[in-house]
Design a protein around this ligand. Structure first.
Ligand code: GSH
Length: 194
């Protein structure tokens, strides 16, 4: 049995890994860190992840960081959960989506609404008429959903009329693992910057 500990902050990037753990249904230790209390800057946490960021997933005591890496690890370690199609091209497409999400969508917010609209319109087009990013449900959808959820729930404006992303959002919100994660994280309380 693999011992898993997730360091997370409600509503932040770590939500994607939290959802994946609930999808898999494996036991894990959940450790919530408060940004307001600067708990991710504590010497204890910096000793685990010197970048002081969540998600950080401890796998049998070894820290794993970055949403994409945590999701890929979980999907491959627990293949029975069906979070990653088994063929190499589909796996590469998942990595492609998650690289795009981490390097293009995630940092866009700091560059203003015009840039946000540009990159999310691109994401909507990339999705095309598929229900899911890879054609079937996968870690790429979990990663995409968390960032989209963050954007539409932020007080700052966000692009409207992204039909395909809106319907992916609805499909994600209907999933038990997503509802469980949102309930658990909102119970602790979101600390989302504007
Ligand atoms: N590229 C990282 C981004 C992680 C990240 O930015 N985490 C934020 C929360 S959304 C964080 O921990 N920020 C705390 C800080 O930077 O001090 C990933 O994909 O995991």
């Amino acid at each position: 049995m693999t011992a898993l500990t997730l360091y997370f902050s409600p509503g932040s990037s770590s939500m994607a890994v939290h959802i994946a753990l609930h999808e898999i249904g494996v036991p894990f230790d959940a450790k919530s860190l408060s940004f307001h209390k600067k708990e991710h800057r504590s010497p204890e946490f910096l000793a685990i992840n010197p970048a002081g960021k969540v998600p950080t997933l401890l796998v049998d005591g070894t820290p794993l960081t970055e949403v994409a890496a945590c999701l890929l690890y979980l999907a491959k370690r627990f293949p029975e959960a069906g979070l990653l199609p088994p063929d190499p091209l589909a796996e590469a497409q998942a990595v492609s989506w998650m690289s795009f999400i981490a390097s293009t969508l995630h940092p866009a917010r700091r560059q203003g609404l015009e840039h946000v609209t540009e990159v999310w319109t691109l994401a909507d087009r990339k999705l095309g008429e598929r229900d899911w990013a890879l054609g079937r449900y996968s870690i790429a959808d979990i990663h995409l959903f968390r960032l989209y959820w963050r954007m539409v729930n932020a007080p700052a404006g966000h692009p409207k009329g992204l039909r395909r992303l809106e319907s992916l959002y609805e499909r994600m919100m209907a999933r038990a693992a997503v509802q469980r994660t949102l309930e658990a994280e909102s119970r602790i309380g979101y600390e989302l910057p504007a």
